[in-house]
Design a protein around this ligand. Structure first.
Ligand code: NAP
Ligand code: MG
Length: 462
C-alpha cells in the first residue's frame, strides 16, 4: 500500500488542495494497493490555468517539434511498457499477458501514429482565393474511464498535443495509477510544463468541475451514456466543443456462408477479453436459424475455456451490476448455456464467462450495455431480419460481419448503422477512425479523423 501524493500540474507534482484521498483496489484480491488525492475544484482551476498559460507557446511550436516530443513520449512508453502492464494488472485486474499485449502496446502504437501525423499533417491548405489554417481548439478537458485506462488517455492526449492544444486529464477513480505513470512519462519526454496536466479525483466533483470550467474549450469524454449526456448538456450551456465516446451493444453478424467455428470462436474471445469491459465488444451474436444450435454449442464450449483465464471486473459495483444483468436474462426467459450469476470465486470481483441462447430482441440483455463477460446469441430468419436486429438498438459503435465471400460481408456492413465493422475477423487498426453512430457518441478518435477533432479552421482570403 502506497500513498501517492500530488497532482501533475504545470510540469511538476504539486500538493493537492484538499486532504481527501481515493483508495485504489486490486480487483483480483480486493486489497488496497494505494491511495491518490481526491481533487477539488481548486485543483482543477490550478490545472486549467496552467494549461491556458502554456497554450500560446505550444500552439506556436512548429508541428515538427511537437512531433519530436510525441516520438519521445512514445519511446518512454516503450521503455516503461513492463511497468505500465503491471500497473494496469494491479488496478484493473487484467491478466498480465493481456496488459502487455493490449493495455501497454496499444498506447505505444497510438502515440507513435500521432508523432507521424503531427509531422505530416497539412496544417495549412489552399482553396480558391483562401488559405485555411488548422489551428488548435485550445484547452482540452479529458475525462476517461477505467476499462482501457492508458489507451483512453493517450487516444485524447496524443492528438490534442499533435494539434497544438494543451490538456487537463481526469482519469477514472478506479485506475489513477497508470495515469500517474503516464504523467511521469510525459515529463521524461520533455513535453513543456503546463501542456499536459493530471488531476485525480471523483467524477461528480473533479470531473464536473473540469467540464464546467470556463477556461476549457473542448471536453473529450469516454464513459457511460448517462454521464456523457450530462457533460454534453454542460458543454452546450457554454457553447464548448464536445467529443463523446459512449457505450455500445455491437452485433457480430454471422452470415450463412461464414466459417462458423472461426466466427464463433473469435466472437466469444472478443466478448470475454478484458472481462467483457470493452465498449466496442460484439455482445450480440446473430446466427441464422439453420446453424443456430451448432453455433450455440460452439460458443458454450469456447466460453468454458475462459473460466480459468478470465480476469475480474473492475470493482464490486460492476460485479453486482453484471450479475444483476445475468439474473435478468434468466428471468426474462433466455437460456443459460455457459456461466451464470454465481460468483465463481470467493475473493475478487470475478464473473463467470456467460453465454445466453434464445435471446430475443426485446430482452434487456439484448438492448443494454452490460460491460461484463456476457454474450447473447440471437436467431435470425434471413439477411433482412439480421440487419433489422443488428441495427435495432440505440447504439452504433462497432460490429463484425462474417461471410464466405468478403464482398458479401462488405455489402452487409455498409448497411449497418455503426462506426466500425470488422470483416471476417479484420485486425485492429490504430489509424482507423473509432466512434459511434446514434447514442454511441459524437466525434471520432484515432488517426487523422481523431486529430481533426482538436483543430478548428481559420480562413484567410486573398
Ligand atoms: P462513468 O461514470 O461514465 O465514468 C467515466 C468517467 O466520467 C470517469 O472518469 C468518471 O469518474 C467520470 N464522471 C462520472 N460522473 C461525472 C460527472 N458528473 N461529471 C464529470 N465526470 C464524471 O462510467 P462508470 O460509472 O465507471 O461505468 C458505468 C458504466 O458505463 C459501465 O457499466 C459501462 O456500461 C459504461 N462504460 C462505458 C465505457 C466506454 O468505453 N464507452 C467505459 C466505462 C464505462 P469516476 O471514475 O470517479 O466515476
Ligand atoms: Mg462512475
Amino acid at each position: 500500500m502506497k500513498a501517492y501524493d500530488g497532482m501533475y500540474i504545470g510540469g511538476a507534482w504539486r500538493p493537492a488542495a484538499g486532504q481527501d484521498v481515493i483508495e485504489v483496489v486490486n480487483p483480483a484480491d480486493e486489497q488496497v494497493i494505494g491511495t491518490v488525492p481526491a481533487g477539488t475544484a481548486e485543483d482543477v482551476d490550478t490545472a486549467v490555468r496552467a494549461a491556458r498559460a502554456a497554450l500560446p507557446e505550444w500552439a506556436a511550436t512548429p508541428p515538427a517539434e511537437r512531433a519530436a516530443r510525441l516520438a519521445a513520449l512514445r519511446d518512454v512508453l516503450v521503455a516503461r511498457a513492463d511497468e505500465i502492464a503491471e500497473t494496469v494488472t494491479a488496478e484493473l485486474g487484467a491478466p498480465l499477458k493481456f496488459s502487455q499485449a493490449v493495455h501497454a502496446a496499444v498506447p505505444i502504437a497510438v502515440a507513435g501514429s500521432y508523432a507521424e501525423l503531427a509531422a505530416t499533417y497539412a496544417f495549412e491548405e489552399k482553396t480558391g482565393n483562401s488559405v485555411v489554417h488548422h489551428e488548435p481548439v485550445g484547452v482540452v478537458a479529458a475525462i476517461t474511464p477505467w476499462n482501457y485506462p492508458l489507451h483512453q488517455i493517450v487516444a485524447k492526449v496524443a492528438p490534442a498535443l499533435a494539434a497544438g492544444c494543451t490538456i487537463v486529464v481526469k482519469p477514472a477513480e478506479d485506475t489513477p495509477l497508470v495515469a500517474r505513470l503516464f504523467a511521469d512519462a510525459v515529463h521524461e519526454a520533455g513535453i513543456p510544463a503546463g501542456v499536459f496536466n493530471l488531476v485525480t479525483g471523483l467524477g461528480p466533483v473533479t470531473g464536473q468541475a473540469l467540464a464546467e470550467h470556463p477556461g476549457v474549450d473542448l471536453v473529450s469524454f469516454t464513459g457511460s451514456t448517462a454521464v456523457g449526456r450530462h457533460i454534453a448538456a454542460i458543454a452546450a450551456g457554454q457553447v464548448k466543443k464536445v467529443a463523446l465516446e459512449l457505450g455500445g451493444k455491437s452485433a457480430n453478424v454471422i452470415l450463412p456462408t461464414a466459417d462458423l467455428a472461426k466466427a464463433v470462436n473469435v466472437g466469444v474471445a472478443n466478448v470475454m477479453s478484458n472481462s467483457g469491459q470493452t465498449c466496442s465488444a460484439w455482445t450480440r451474436m446473430l446466427v441464422h436459424r439453420d446453424r443456430y444450435d451448432e453455433a450455440v454449442g460452439l460458443a458454450a464450449g469456447a466460453a468454458a475455456k475462459y473460466g480459468e483465464r478470465i480476469g475480474p471486473v473492475v470493482n464490486a459495483k460492476q460485479q453486482a451490476r453484471v450479475r444483476g444483468y445475468i439474473e435478468k436474462g434468466v428471468a426474462e426467459g433466455a437460456r443459460l448455456v455457459a456461466g451464470g450469476p454465481e460468483a465463481p470465486r470467493e475473493k475478487g470481483y470475478f464473473v463467470s464467462p456467460t453465454v445466453f441462447a434464445d435471446v430475443t430482441e426485446d430482452m434487456t440483455i439484448a438492448q443494454e450495455e452490460i460491460f461484463g463477460p456476457v454474450l447473447s446469441i440471437l436467431r435470425y430468419d434471413d439477411e433482412e431480419d439480421a440487419l433489422r436486429i443488428a441495427n435495432g438498438t440505440v447504439y452504433g459503435l462497432a460490429g463484425a460481419v462474417w461471410a464466405g465471400d468478403e464482398a458479401e460481408a462488405v455489402a452487409f456492413a455498409r448497411r449497418m448503422e455503426t462506426g466500425q465493422v470488422d470483416i471476417n475477423g479484420g485486425r485492429f487498426n490504430p489509424l482507423a477512425p473509432f466512434g459511434g453512430y446514434k447514442q454511441s457518441g459524437v466525434g471520432r478518435e484515432l488517426g487523422v479523423h481523431g486529430l481533426a477533432e482538436y483543430l478548428q479552421t481559420k480562413s484567410l482570403q486573398f
